[in-house]
Design a protein around this ligand. Structure first.
Ligand SMILES: NC(=O)c1ccc[n+]([C@@H]2O[C@H](COP(=O)([O-])OP(=O)(O)OC[C@H]3O[C@@H](n4cnc5c(N)ncnc54)[C@H](OP(=O)(O)O)[C@@H]3O)[C@@H](O)[C@H]2O)c1
Length: 328
């Protein structure tokens, strides 16, 4: 049983830095290697975080026998190839959200993980915060009864810039894949796979979805309402309404540290947990716990659920007629 796990990072950009800072609070994690399509970018990251091996391509990192787990953090359209490369070389994989740009690609990554018998998980970091664990416990106990309605939004104002990945169709930009995936994953976690989805999107001058509103209908008479935007800053809150009360996650709910439980006829209860690290450490800890236990998937973020979330987003894009150039 190894005392520590050696991580390799593909795509050393903004989120990889936050992830690397998160790993620093986990004594069992070591950043062993980093790879970028730019040797300068890889070297700069290696210097910043004291990483032993720096590579100018992903193949070399995949072949590094001193790497146990690869964190895939390049842009969405590159996730599938990077994850498959790592898996076929026997690495475990934690892949940034959205796992890929669509359901067929996500299924291909899941198939590769199963074929090579390696752990693989979408980096849906929200699910691993202690408050989310507590939320799931309270809901399982039926503290607010049966869930009937969920509302969640995530929007921020970005300047329209065709060069930015957010506004570039060729990078599968837009609000849904970048941030709408959080409310959608939240709905799937709470209510399962939607029976029906209705959605609409405003496609901007560069062709990407600049904001999206949608509703999902589930079994048991439950519904969910989501919104995402890269045009306006929204309240960024999540609310779960049950037959015996409600639970609210305040602004920045997708990396939550507190919630308010309001049971019918009772005083509101505030629950809070202090943030440790950058919050990305929680998902990394889940990966290492699963691997240590011999699990090839996380029960909290299983591969079939990543596929189902991608299917839901594919259904929505079909409703607005949006396809990315790399989708043949
Ligand atoms: N979990 C979260 O909270 C969170 C937050 C932000 C982003 N993300 C996800 O993380 C991923 C990376 O986002 P980021 O904001 O970190 O991106 P970023 O800093 O702009 O770029 C990350 C890496 O993507 C590659 N890349 C950047 N621009 C590119 C281009 N024009 N063409 C080809 N490759 C390019 C580069 O990889 P190389 O250096 O290897 O060439 C770069 O190091 C996205 O999938 C995003 O959805 C997650």
């Amino acid at each position: 049983m190894p005392k520590f796990y050696r991580w390799g990072i593909m795509g050393p950009g903004n989120i990889a830095r936050k992830f690397a800072q998160g790993l620093q609070v986990l004594p069992e994690a070591v950043i062993q290697a980093v790879a970028s399509n730019s040797a300068e970018r890889a070297d700069a990251f290696a210097r910043e975080f004291g990483v032993k091996s720096s590579y100018p391509d992903y193949q070399s990192l995949a072949e590094d026998r001193e790497v146990d787990i690869v964190y895939v953090a390049n842009l969405h359209p590159g996730h599938r190839a990077a994850a498959e490369l790592a898996l076929t070389h026997g690495k475990h994989v934690l892949c940034e959200k959205p796992m890929t740009i669509n359901a067929p690609d996500t299924r291909a990554v899941a198939d590769a993980a199963r074929k090579h018998k390696r752990f693989c998980m979408e980096a849906m970091w929200t699910r691993f915060f202690p408050i989310m664990k507590e939320l799931r416990r309270r809901l399982q106990e039926g503290q607010i009864g049966e869930i009937r309605l969920v509302q969640a939004d995530l929007g921020f104002q970005a300047n329209v810039n065709p060069a930015s990945r957010l506004f570039a169709l060729e990078h599968a930009g837009g609000s849904m894949l970048d941030i709408g995936v959080y409310p959608m994953a939240f709905f799937h976690m709470l209510l399962g796979v939607p029976e029906g989805i209705q959605s609409d999107a405003v496609l901007g001058s560069t062709g990407v979805d600049e904001h999206v509103c949608w509703t999902c209908r589930f079994q048991n008479h439950a519904m969910a309402q989501g919104a995402c935007s890269i045009q306006v800053s929204t309240r960024q809150e999540a609310h779960i309404y049950g037959t015996r009360g409600r639970i609210s996650l305040p602004s920045a709910w997708w990396h939550p540290t507190s919630m308010t439980i309001q049971r019918h006829g009772a005083e509101p209860e505030q629950v809070a947990y202090p943030l440790e690290g950058t919050g990305m450490n929680y998902e990394a800890a889940e990966v290492m716990d699963c691997i240590r236990a011999g699990a090839l998937e996380s029960s909290i973020m299983p591969l079939e659920e990543s596929i189902a979330i991608a299917e839901s987003m594919d259904r929505m894009r079909a409703q607005w007629g949006l396809r990315y150039p790399m989708e043949s």
